[in-house]
Structure formats: C-alpha cells, structure tokens
Design a binder for this molecule. Structure first.
Ligand SMILES: Nc1ncnc2c1ncn2[C@@H]1O[C@H](COP(=O)(O)OP(=O)(O)OP(=O)(O)O)[C@@H](O)[C@H]1O
Ligand SMILES: [Mg+2]
Length: 145
C-alpha cells in the first residue's frame, strides 16, 4: 500500500514527467499526495545588494511566493481532476534538508521526484537534490527519468 506520497517539485521540465507518473497512480491505493516546494533560502543572498541600490519598490519575496502559490494551485487542481487527494506545502530552506525533514515528520511511505531540475548542465545524470534525497531518505525513493 502506498498511503502517503511526498512529491517534491521545482516546476522544472522534469517535474512535468513526475506529474504524469502521479496521475498513473490514481486508483492504486494512494491515500494522499503531498506536493512540496522549497523556496531555496540561498536565493535571498543577493537581497543585500538590492537594499544598497535602494530599489524599494521590489518585493521579491512576495512575488516569488505569489508565483509559487499559483503554480501549486494549478498542480493541485490537475491532480485532483485525475482522482488523487492532494495537499500542498510551500516552505523555505535548503531543498534536500526540508524534503528529508518532511518525509520523516509527515510519515510518508514513498518519495517521488525528478532526476533533474532547473540545472542546465547537460551531462549531469542526477541533480544534487535528487542525489542527496536518494542517499538520506528514510523511505523508498522513486526517481522519475
Ligand atoms: N526547491 C525544490 N523544492 C522541491 N523539490 C525540489 C526542489 N529542487 C529540486 N527538487 C526536486 O528534485 C528534483 C531534482 O532536482 P535537482 O535540484 O536535484 O536537479 P538540478 O536542479 O538539475 O541540479 P542542481 O540543483 O544540483 O544544480 C526535481 O525534479 C524536484 O523533484
Ligand atoms: Mg536544483
């Protein structure tokens, strides 16, 4: 029985393939799919430069949150239409750390994620998030190619 599935998504091309695999699981004893997006805290590292440039009408954090919330809502709707029960979670932090934390604390029985994300390095077989999650996860991990 698959019960709860944690599905970390970064909305890359690879995530679209993950979405298609999730749809195939509809009707296979899946209680719940938890979509998790981690807003990488490291993207805010450059905000100090923006402060010193005194561009004060830019709400970068707000814009990112709005964009991610919209994408999440689209995914949820599409997967619910395919017959799955879906919950969504948007958190901040380091992606693999948060993925492992939520896999443990939510008591999931499987993690499904893409083999790559937004990186443009063509030779790469496995992204660093996928690799670390596969190594450190407390449960089985399905990597979608
Ligand atoms: N910020 C994130 N939030 C949730 N899931 C993520 C996040 N980043 C990556 N993932 C998951 O991990 C998968 C693999 O992405 P990963 O980050 O490992 O590859 P990459 O972006 O191509 O390479 P790298 O990040 O190492 O430069 C994605 O398809 C997605 O399922
Ligand atoms: Mg990545």
């Amino acid at each position: 029985m698959l019960k709860k599935i944690l599905c970390p998504i970064d909305f890359s091309e690879s995530s679209e393939k993950v979405k298609n695999e999730l749809k195939k699981l509809s009707g296979y004893n899946v209680d719940e799919v938890i979509l998790l997006h981690v807003i990488d805290e490291r993207i805010y590292a450059y905000s100090s430069y923006i402060d010193s440039l005194s561009i004060d009408n830019l709400d970068i954090q707000g814009e990112i949150s709005k964009y991610i919330e919209g994408k999440m809502a689209d995914w949820k709707k599409e997967l619910e239409e395919a017959g799955l029960k879906v919950t969504t979670k948007i958190v901040e932090g380091i992606p693999f750390t948060q993925i492992i934390y939520y896999a443990k604390s939510l008591g999931v029985s499987l993690i499904i994620l893409g083999h790559r994300g937004h990186s443009k390095v063509d030779e790469m077989i496995l992204g660093s998030t996928a690799e670390k999650v596969a190594r450190k996860a407390p449960v089985n991990v399905m990597i979608v190619k």
